[in-house]
Ligand binder design. Structure first.
Ligand code: ADP
Ligand code: MG
Length: 551
């Protein structure tokens, strides 16, 4: 592709050059940002490809997730890093749309470059982009449609759309159903009629060795741990559970204190003291009536033995996030100091074991909280599934609380672009060209969706534009047939909030890059990479590891 070979920032970066100004600075930055956009484009949409990321340590991640790709790539170019921040903001604010945001930012800058070449001042471009971004978001809101949070079928489509192309794809109907039920289970209707999704009551746990289709939604928590001692019970019917954030170990004496032992008697005395201390700790726990302990820290062997004798189930080194979740599920307190523990700190519920004997299921008496147990054959599969499901959870949660959705598959972008071009007529001067360039940039999404599906992107865009001109607001791309379809009816449905955020963050990032006309670097801007490759290496997989060097 021509743009991959265009940017050659190294030409202007002599070995001793540490300052780049004006057009050169812009060109340098734009190339870097475009390159990042290029790097993620091929993953967009249901026909997007995955990337395999290999760290210098040899750890492998296989993913289709924009933000994961960018954060795990070893990027050491400041401009490219700014674009990565776009992806991170998008991920935090919307949970989806990261590839769209980053690729759109790259496209905006590519089009801005053309305008600057036509002697349009970057400030005019920035002004036009800002006008366009604000207007585009108003149009997104106008086009969006309302959702009934009880409409499980629609929510299921939203979940499936966000999972498309991800590892979750194969079992997406099962998984999307779990996600929708999970979100509905933690949604409460507020007094003002709004719907509040309390994600603190929803946990994700993963388990390898079984197929993704066997994933489940459980009431309560699932804790991937074993009892510390074989003599302990594995299930506790009427559990009084202590959550402990202190080790059940002998308190360490001051490092400076020397214990000098002169005789076997003294040694015995010393050991007895330690035993007494542990015995006391276990007695304090038993005195509260606790019959199960999830300890965030360690448990001494002898203490384990005493606990087992008392018939108490104990688990050590429980993850702090799990302890936090158990606190919700059981309505218990987390105790920092065994000496002060009382019965009131305990939570009540039931503890059982899964069939494999790997997980504890912990249910609170009042059925608080739920766990999505994601299963998959291997770690790589489960990791990518978890990313896809996490996105789906965020997206469905946003849909329920925000209540606005739209037709995907490029429909929204083509419609907004059409409306932006109308709006451009009302904008005077050179800013008008920037607004038009913004509209063109949004259409990157349908073009790339088509490209990634092996379709002709120009034909696709022509067809889509014609349908929208004819008033079909939901006309998007059917990636299987290449035809135009009502993507909303086809179940390709996205949230308005993620789309607004993607447009806003792409515009902000582009403007940020355009505003820079002077790069003063304390270090050497020209990294040791070979100059004639330019940003091109990043478009393909081969160049990813050496990304910093390629720029
Ligand atoms: P992002 O990180 O931007 O969410 P994705 O790889 O998830 O990137 O792709 C999202 C794009 O794919 C959206 O434009 C969405 O409408 C589109 N899309 C998702 N599923 C389909 C589908 N079945 N048919 C057509 N387009 C789809
Ligand atoms: Mg997505």
């Amino acid at each position: 592709m021509s743009q991959r070979t265009q940017g050659q920032p190294m030409v202007i970066m002599g070995d001793d050059s540490q300052r780049v100004k004006d057009k050169d600075a812009q060109e340098y930055n734009i190339s870097a940002a475009k390159a990042v956009g290029e790097a993620v484009k091929s993953t967009l949409g249901p026909k997007g490809m995955d990337k395999m990321l290999v760290t210098s340590m040899g750890d492998v991640t296989i993913t289709n997730d924009g933000v994961t790709i960018l954060t795990e790539m070893d990027i050491d170019n400041p401009t490219a890093e700014m674009i990565v921040e776009v992806a991170e903001t998008q991920e935090d604010e919307a949970g989806d749309g990261t590839t769209t945001a980053v690729a759109t930012a790259g496209e905006l800058l590519k089009n801005a470059e053309d305008l600057i070449e036509q002697e349009i001042h970057p400030m005019a471009v920035i002004k036009g982009f800002t006008l366009a971004s604000d207007h585009a978001r108003e149009e997104v809101d106008d086009i969006s449609e309302g959702v009934d949070p009880e409409d499980s079928e629609l929510l299921q489509s939203v979940a499936e759309t966000s999972m498309t192309g991800k590892g979750a794809e194969l079992d997406k109907d099962v998984l999307a159903d779990l996600v929708v039920r999970a979100i509905q289970g933690v949604t409460v209707d507020a007094d003002d009629g709004s719907h509040v999704v309390d994600l603190a009551n929803l946990n994700i746990e993963t388990q390898t060795g079984r197929s993704a289709g066997e994933s489940e939604l459980l009431s309560g928590a699932a804790i991937d741990k074993d009892p510390v001692n074989d003599e302990m019970p594995e299930t506790v019917e009427d559990a009084d559970v202590l959550l402990l954030n202190e080790a059940i170990e002998v308190e360490e004496t001051d490092v400076d204190t020397q214990v000098s032992i002169d005789s076997p008697d003294q040694l015995q005395q010393f050991l007895d003291q330690e035993e007494d201390q542990l015995r006391e700790k276990v007695d304090s726990i038993a005195a509260t009536g606790a019959n199960a302990v999830f300890c965030q820290k360690g448990i001494d062997d002898l203490a384990q033995h005493y606990l087992a004798k008392e018939g108490i189930l104990a688990v050590r080194r429980t993850k702090s996030s799990d302890v936090g979740f158990l606190q919700n599920v059981l309505e218990a307190s987390v105790v920092d100091d065994i000496d002060s523990v009382t019965e009131a700190d305990l939570g009540t519920g039931t503890i059982s074991r899964d069939d494999e004997g790997e997980l504890f299921y912990v249910e609170g008496e009042d059925a608080h909280g739920a766990t999505l147990l994601i299963r998959g054959s291997t770690d790589h599969v489960v990791d990518e599934l978890e990313r896809g499901i996490q996105d789906a959870i965020d997206v469905v949660a946003t849909t329920v609380s925000d209540g606005r959705v739209l037709a995907g598959g490029g429909a929204i972008e083509v419609e907004v672009a059409r409306r932006l071009r109308d709006f451009a007529d009302s904008v005077s001067g050179r800013e008008q060209l920037a607004v038009e360039a913004f509209a063109d940039s949004l259409e990157l999404v349908p073009r790339v969706l088509a490209e990634n599906a092996g379709l002709d992107s120009i034909d696709t865009l022509v067809d889509l534009r014609a349908a929208h001109e004819a008033g079909d607001t939901r006309a998007g791309l059917d990636v299987e047939s290449g035809d135009v379809q009502d993507t909303f009816d086809a179940g390709v449905i996205e949230t308005a909030q993620a789309k607004e955020q993607a447009i806003a963050s792409a515009a902000e990032a582009a403007n940020l890059v355009l505003k820079i006309d002077d790069i003063i670097s304390a270090g050497d801007l020209s990294t040791e990479g070979d100059g004639d490759d330019g940003a091109g290496g990043m478009g393909g997989m081969g160049g990813m590891g050496g990304m910093g060097g390629a720029m």
